[in-house]
Design a protein around this ligand. Structure first.
Ligand SMILES: *[C@@H]1O[C@H](CO)[C@@H](O)[C@H](O)[C@H]1NC(C)=O
Ligand SMILES: *[C@@H]1O[C@H](CO)[C@@H](O)[C@H](O)[C@H]1NC(C)=O
Ligand SMILES: *[C@@H]1O[C@H](CO)[C@@H](O)[C@H](O)[C@H]1NC(C)=O
Length: 197
């Protein structure tokens, strides 16, 4: 009887004090995110997705960029996604609301969570179209490419979220400007949408 009690107690203790799994550690969100952590411009380095079709589309763009700016009089943040597709720059801008671990985009009805990472000048953005169902993971950096170790960490994070398809952007391709150029040719569908929005 005594032996059984000891075993039960021991088992209970080992369950309640079990260390987090490697995946739990890898996909932990950041805490106390502030605008300062994201402001300015980021180059898209790599993307993982649940849907292979999305990745095929992503492969058609030469480069990607994210740009975060604040307003002087409003708590919202302006978030611009910029992609260079076949010699034209496409811009999509929405207003997002900052939360402790990420952003909410009410217009697109999506939640973005920033995951912890070891790369010091990167952000890893998890996008859930339906809450609790990660559909994409983006690696952005202030650099155009990251160290092999940093890329391995990103791939491991994606695999923990069951996003097994990866695409690495070509760092030699040109980035589009942060702002829509006044001298741009006819706006693309995406720019028109962003301007109307
Ligand atoms: C906007 O960001 C700048 C720094 O980039 C900061 O000085 C300023 O206080 C911010 N404004 C608001 C309203 O948060
Ligand atoms: C974002 O907020 C700015 C400032 O209030 C506003 O001018 C703009 O129309 C908003 N954009 C969208 C896409 O809601
Ligand atoms: C936003 O997405 C959630 C989850 O997919 C859905 O239940 C809700 O109806 C959506 N809301 C709008 C305004 O589209």
């Amino acid at each position: 009887m005594f032996a059984l009690c000891v075993i039960v107690l021991f088992c209970w203790a080992s369950v309640s004090h079990s260390a987090p799994t490697p995946c739990e550690n890898l996909i932990r969100p950041v805490e106390s995110l502030s605008f300062h952590d994201v402001k300015g411009s980021w180059a898209l380095v790599s993307v993982s997705a649940a849907d292979p079709n999305y990745l095929e589309k992503q492969k058609l763009s030469d480069s990607g960029r994210a740009f975060f700016a604040n307003y002087t009089d409003r708590p919202e943040i302006s978030f611009t996604r910029i992609s260079n597709v076949g010699d034209s720059c496409q811009y999509m801008r929405t207003n997002i609301t900052l939360e402790a671990s990420g952003f909410v985009d009410p217009q697109l009805n999506i939640t973005m969570t920033l995951l912890r990472r070891s790369c010091p000048d990167c952000i890893v953005v998890r996008l859930d179209k339906i809450p609790g169902q990660p559909s994409r993971l983006y690696l952005f950096s202030r650099r155009r490419e990251v160290e092999a170790k940093e890329m391995e960490e990103f791939k491991a994070q994606a695999e923990c979220l069951s996003l097994s398809e990866h695409h690495v952007m070509d760092p030699t391709k040109e980035l589009c400007p942060e702002q829509i150029s006044r001298h741009a040719a006819a706006p693309t569908e995406a720019t028109t949408k962003a301007q109307k929005a």
